[in-house]
Design a binder for this molecule. Sequence first.
Ligand code: TPP
Ligand code: MG
Length: 347
Amino acid sequence: MTSITPLRSGQTVASKATPHLPAEKCLQIYDLMLRSRVLEERLITMYKQGDGYFWIGGPGEEAFNVPLGLLVNKGQGVDHDYLHLHYRSSGTLLAMGGDPVDSLRQMKNTATDPYSRGRNFAGHYSVRKWNLVPVTSPIEVQFSIAIGTARAQRKGTGAKGITIVQGGDAGTAEGDFATALVWSSRKGNELPLLMIVTNNRYGISTSYEGQHGYEQISERGKAFGMPTEVIDGNDPEASYAALERALHYVRTERKPFLLEAMVSRLRGHSSASGANLVKGEVDCLEAFEQKLEARSLLTRSQMDQLRANYTQELGEAAAKVRHEPQPSPSSIHDYVFADKNYVGEES
Ligand SMILES: Cc1ncc(C[n+]2csc(CCOP(=O)(O)OP(=O)(O)O)c2C)c(N)n1
Ligand SMILES: [Mg+2]
């Protein structure tokens, strides 16, 4: 564990010098980053081969999303963290223990897809036993929905979990983001809400400069008296340390924190823009590989071998998933509306 610096309300923390995590933790993070990247590459290949209708996902966000998944207090109910994630969160899902083959099933829209039973886009996860509420296609609505679970966990309720909500930079222009700032920070009624913005500097084809009048989105948190931090989300060690600090603050103070992680968008917005490699973006996986090599934690050939193994594994899995059943037409109305009150634990 890196040491945790307590923060005062309203304090902004400039990015700290990157701490080194223990070798074992670095290797765990690297393994999950690599698996997430290979998964996204397979999903793109599936889309291009006609084994899916649309791709959107997280190549370029692994260095931030994997540490997030590792630090979550995972489980069901208010004593665990609620997650309202973005459609680029594959790294978080895998770090929490998600099976990459299930992501292939969602891409192929098979009846075996555990997240949406073949109904939703790739990257739209939902896992009730982990408080991972359904990822939405309308952007930023998760910031309004998150207020609900954060209210169920507010100070005085005795709940031990907190609520974590994550979205992109452009989406913060939606009213839902402002709603979360207001509702989470009311004096005496603050909510245990970690608000995360993964800033890749684009909203589809709109550049950051064309959308925002301030340098960093986290600056908006200052007006609401909440601690904020901007970090290099391409650095997994900086991300891990910053997340530990932010999570510790929200867990103990039961007040909101706004964390902005600068990340890359390595394959453009989605399959709608081709999903091809974008030149000139920092690749967090490559950068971390260079560090691991320099620290003699892994050799280039070990990393190449690992990548080849995961690529082969998922290639074979995709070939099998192709033959899994599609939802039957008679099930079209299933899972559209809840058939019972799950939140109230109606049996
Ligand atoms: C309410 C709503 N408006 C518009 C869209 C179309 N749309 C999909 S993704 C997107 C851009 C989102 O950009 P950002 O929030 O920065 O997230 P990123 O995709 O860059 O991670 C837009 C405008 C949408 N899905 N929902
Ligand atoms: Mg963006």
